[in-house]
Design a protein around this ligand. Structure first.
Ligand SMILES: NC(=O)c1ccc[n+]([C@@H]2O[C@H](COP(=O)([O-])OP(=O)(O)OC[C@H]3O[C@@H](n4cnc5c(N)ncnc54)[C@H](O)[C@@H]3O)[C@@H](O)[C@H]2O)c1
Length: 248
């Protein structure tokens, strides 16, 4: 990584976790950030909430399902700051509540397009730049849903399991290029993903977390670790941060 300054790009920066990560990294004076999201208003809300004291911030509306748009995010980092040290591929969508025989092809395609192809596109876009630098860290947001079975959420679980495996394969493929690739598996924290869920459903999910429901702030430490040199010997890992959800 650059000794003086570092450059971090974040997708899904307009969301709950993406917003918390944006505030963290933008607030580090030695870090410059490129923030992106498919939703321009959400991205703007994140930017409005950034700390006053911060490094440089660039924003770009981008759909992670389109490789050219993710390449534009990485391209902006290189054009503006000359490098990309860390890509946090964080954009993700839930799947509709339903058993497998009741879900549509569109439900499956949407989950795979954003959750899996979005992560693939992040790797495709970042790797050429990081290979030239011979350094870089790519962090994918997976979920404990990729490790445990959630009834009525098969597309979400299957796509997050795919993200965990993608991080492992990519880690092996690019280790010799100096690029580390890991994922974070959050348990449930309150976010835009839960809009529309009845309170009793949230309570039922909370009851399965020994430490209770998390917040986006509870996840930030795993990302700061993976974005730093402290994780220089960590690659291909799925770091579980879930309040004990997956422990039983
Ligand atoms: N909230 C949880 O309990 C939880 C648990 C485990 C994992 N996650 C994962 O954390 C990540 C962040 O989710 P969150 O909980 O902050 O939800 P959120 O809905 O608040 O944020 C997701 C963001 O992704 C953006 N997005 C959606 N489709 C996109 C696309 N095609 N291109 C670019 N951006 C797109 C949305 O506009 C939104 O701003 C997701 O990958 C999610 O699956 C969430």
């Amino acid at each position: 990584m650059s000794e003086a300054r570092r450059v971090i790009a974040i997708t899904g920066a307009g969301g709950t976790l993406g917003g918390a990560l944006s505030r963290q990294f933008a607030g580090e004076p030695e870090t410059d950030v490129v923030l992106s999201d498919v939703s321009a208003p959400s991205l703007e809300a994140t930017v409005n909430g950034l700390p006053k004291s911060r490094g440089a911030v660039e924003t770009l509306r981008a759909d992670v399902g389109e490789v050219a748009e993710v390449e534009a995010v990485v391209g902006l980092a290189v054009e503006r700051f000359g490098r990309l040290d860390v890509l946090i591929s964080n954009a993700g969508v839930p799947s509709p509540n339903g058993r497998i025989h009741n879900l549509t092809t569109e439900d499956w395609e949407r989950a795979f397009r954003v959750n899996v192809l979005g992560a693939v596109n992040g790797i495709r876009a970042a790797v050429p730049v990081m290979r030239t630098q011979r350094s870089g860290s790519i962090v994918l947001t997976a979920s404990v849903a990729g490790l445990t079975a959630w009834s009525h959420a098969a597309p979400y679980c299957a796509t997050k399991a795919a993200v965990i495996q993608l991080a492992k394969v990519a880690a092996v493929e690019y280790a010799r290029d100096g690029i580390r690739i890991n994922c974070v598996c959050p348990g449930t924290f309150r976010s835009g993903i839960h809009e529309g869920l009845p309170p009793e459903a949230i309570d039922a999910i909370a009851a399965k977390h020994p430490l209770g429901l998390g917040t986006a702030a509870d996840l930030v430490g795993a990302y700061t670790y993976l974005a730093s040199d402290a994780s220089r010997w960590t690659t291909g890992s799925a770091i579980v941060v879930d309040g004990g959800y997956a422990a039983p």
